[in-house]
Unconditional design. Structure first.
Length: 60
């Protein structure tokens, strides 16, 4: 397991690397991450919405 000091060092390095990026690239990364995110219903309830949708779609 990581020592607290190692963890703080790692987080600091990640933060500095992120802040060194140009502002436009940070915005673009946030936008891409937002687009890749699953819909809220899937994040809250897992596969239940998908299974219900498939169940009702098959019935005539």
């Amino acid at each position: 397991m990581m020592a607290v000091n190692d963890y703080v060092k790692f987080v600091t390095q990640q933060f500095v690397a992120y802040m060194d990026l140009p502002k436009e690239e940070r915005r673009q990364r946030r936008q891409v991450r937002k687009q890749e995110q699953l819909p809220l219903s899937y994040r809250l309830f897992g596969m239940v919405p998908l299974s219900l949708r498939l169940l009702f779609r098959r019935r005539p």
